[in-house]
Design a protein. Structure first.
Length: 186
C-alpha cells in the first residue's frame, strides 16, 4: 500500500464523515498500524473505519453520494447471510476504505461479513467508548481500551508485527453468530 495515497484517502474520508456529522473510529489494521507503528501498515490492503450502526444506517446513502461526488466508486454492501450493511469506497488511486456498521446485540457489537457466514463480535463497551491517538496532525478515535481491542482482534502478540496474520485467528470472528442471536433464523 502506498502510504502517501493511503494517508490522503484517510484524510479525505475523515473530511466526508465529519461533514455528515458521522462519528467514527479506526479499526483493524488501520488502528493497529497507527497505534503500534505510528503509521499505516505498508502491507495492509485498505483503510478500515467503524461506525455504530445507529449512526451509519440513517446516513449511508448520503455517505455513498458524498464519496461519489469526489470521484470515488462507493458500494453499499448488504450482508448475504444476515442483517448488516457496510460501505466500501474505491479511490482513483486504487486504494479503498471499508466502513463497517457495528450492530448492538445485548452486551455485544457485531459487524457481519458480507461474503461469509461469520461476524466480528466485540464487547459493546469496547466500541462505544473511545480514546484518541494522534496521527497526521489530528486526533483519531479508536476503541477503548485500544490495547484490549488489539489483543481481542489480533491476539496477545499484537505488539509484534506479523505479516502472515489471517482474520481466521481473531477472537472476534464468530461463525454462525447472527443465527445464534436470532434463534437460528436468517
Amino acid at each position: 500500500m502506498n502510504i502517501h495515497d493511503a494517508n490522503n484517502l484517510l484524510l479525505k474520508s475523515r473530511e466526508i464523515l465529519d461533514s455528515l456529522d458521522i462519528p467514527f473510529f479506526l479499526t483493524y489494521g488501520t488502528c493497529l498500524g497507527i497505534y503500534r507503528d505510528k503509521t499505516l501498515l505498508p502491507y495492509d490492503k485498505d483503510i478500515d473505519v467503524g461506525i455504530l450502526a445507529e449512526n451509519l444506517m440513517p446516513k449511508i446513502d448520503d455517505l455513498a453520494l458524498a464519496f461519489g461526488m469526489i470521484g470515488y466508486r462507493a458500494i453499499i454492501k448488504n450482508a448475504e447471510f444476515h442483517q448488516g450493511v457496510s460501505l466500501s469506497a474505491f479511490a482513483p488511486c486504487g486504494l479503498h476504505i471499508d466502513i463497517a456498521g457495528f450492530i448492538k446485540a445485548g452486551n455485544d457489537r457485531y459487524t457481519p461479513s458480507t461474503r461469509h457466514d461469520f461476524c466480528l463480535v466485540y464487547p459493546a463497551e469496547m466500541l462505544e467508548q473511545r480514546e484518541s491517538v494522534f496521527y497526521l496532525d489530528w486526533h483519531w478515535y479508536v476503541p477503548y481500551p485500544v490495547e484490549g481491542y488489539l489483543a481481542y482482534q489480533y491476539g496477545d502478540s499484537w505488539i509484534t508485527p506479523d505479516m502472515e496474520w489471517k482474520e481466521k485467528k481473531s477472537r472476534a470472528r464468530v461463525v454462525g453468530y447472527y443465527h445464534k442471536i436470532n434463534g437460528g433464523s436468517k
